[in-house]
Design a protein around this ligand. Structure first.
Ligand code: PLP
Length: 393
């Protein structure tokens, strides 16, 4: 097996320096456990950034991938394919009831939603359609998605960025209402902001968005890329919200570990795109679609979703009781915390890794915990004790 030093030298010689990687290589996973190349076992409270919601290497997903990969690996979107069509049926039936576009990532789902909303606005006669998004929201790193991600939409480094994007404060229903007018194509909201450090959007802001969209004809897009697929204790995060969107985006855990993204519309919006308006080579490929169907089989299960709610409550209560934790936020197993002044989240994340607990630090002050949804009560306790010890050292 190649050692860590040699991997580091391959990394620095051959990969663009876009990531700050820890010096660990994980080579095996099962449920909420990971093993590194030296055979050390870890508790995973990150799930590959909310990708492995069903737990690592869930046998049902592994079997679905192996079976489909052995039989047939796809022929393009110019022919019918049952796994993709069954996946579209399943996504529509479990959420907004309209039509589905399958793609390969969250950013691609954002692009599709933005493009669809712009076309919808153009059809309504809007000449310069605008997308309104919230400060702290994250929708991806391709140019359209980036323009809707205020913190990273840095004109100075990446400009010229696409025009027609407006950002408003996260917690200000009045400012949001004021920003939505006849020119608005869509309001794009991450119902619980993940990359910002887990900030649930208030009901007041969500209702203001829905009402203003209804008043002007704009669309409400909910980005469920991180919050969807059971993460918050229901299959889709919006099931627990006071509003329903016109478009929903999903990705990450949707593919059960393979790259799958999707946009789902309401029934009314299903015909907005026409042939030629949009496409992607790999979207809905049979292996990825079979993995997604198996992931949905595992996650859309009341016993598993009840576990998410139960372990989420235990995790949040346990975190609140740890000395040095100033604030705990989240829903289900999408949990963020702010540490007391004087504690440095990146150092604590590193100490946790040394203590064989994998978690993440999305910003200078926050830690983020996204365990696989199959995490047990014992594993939650174990994680809390490793985190508590890492904070107090
Ligand atoms: N939307 C949200 C809410 C996300 O958290 C992410 C990724 O973290 C994305 C979109 C972009 O997804 P991807 O990295 O698959 O392009």
């Amino acid at each position: 097996m190649t050692g860590i030093d040699e991997l580091r030298s391959l990394e620095s010689r051959y990969t663009m320096p876009t990531y700050l990687r820890a010096g660990v290589e994980f080579v095996r996973g099962e449920g909420a456990r990971l093993w590194d190349s030296e055979g050390k076992e870890y508790l995973d409270f990150f799930a590959g950034l909310s990708v492995h919601n069903a737990g690592h290497c869930h046998p049902r997903i592994v079997a679905a991938i192996a079976e489909q990969a052995t039989a047939f690996n796809g022929s393009s979107n110019l022919y019918l394919s049952e796994p993709a069509l069954r996946l579209a049926e399943r996504l529509s039936g479990s959420s907004l009831g309209g039509k589905v576009f399958l793609c390969n990532s969250g950013a691609e789902a954002s692009e599709c939603a933005i493009k669809l909303a712009r076309k919808h606005a153009r059809t309504r006669g809007v000449e310069s359609p605008e997308i309104v998004s919230l400060d702290g929201g994250f929708h991806g790193r391709t140019l359209g998605a980036l323009a809707a991600t205020p913190k990273l939409a840095d004109e100075g480094r990446f400009g010229p960025l696409p025009r027609g994007f407006v950002a408003v404060p996260r917690d200000d229903p009045g400012a949001l209402r004021a920003a939505i007018g006849p020119q608005t194509a869509a309001v794009m909201i991450e119902p619980i902001q993940g990359e910002a450090g887990i900030f649930p959007i208030s009901d007041g802001v969500l209702v203001a968005a829905r009402e203003a969209c209804d008043g002007t004809g704009a669309l409400l897009i909910l980005d469920e890329v991180q919050a969807g697929m059971g993460r918050t204790g229901t299959l889709w995060a919006h099931e627990q919200l006071p509003v329903s969107p016109d478009l929903m985006t999903a990705a990450k855990a949707l593919g059960g570990g393979l790259p799958v993204g999707a946009v789902v519309t309401t029934l009314e919006l299903g015909e907005t795109f026409e042939p030629g308006d949009h496409g992607t080579t790999f979207g809905g490929g049979p292996v990825a679609a079979s993995a997604a169907l198996a992931a949905l089989d595992v996650i859309d299960d009341e016993t598993l979703l009840a576990n998410v709610r139960e372990q989420g409550e235990a995790l949040m209560a346990g975190l609140a009781a740890i000395e040095g934790v100033a604030e705990v936020r989240g829903r289900g197993l999408m949990v963020g915390l702010t540490l007391a002044d004087g504690l440095d989240p990146p150092s604590i994340r590193d100490r946790c890794l040394d203590a064989r607990l994998v978690l993440n630090c999305p910003g200078p002050r926050a830690l983020r915990l996204l365990p696989p949804l199959v995490v047990s009560a014992g594993e939650v306790e174990e994680g809390l004790s490793r985190l508590g010890a890492s904070i107090s050292t």
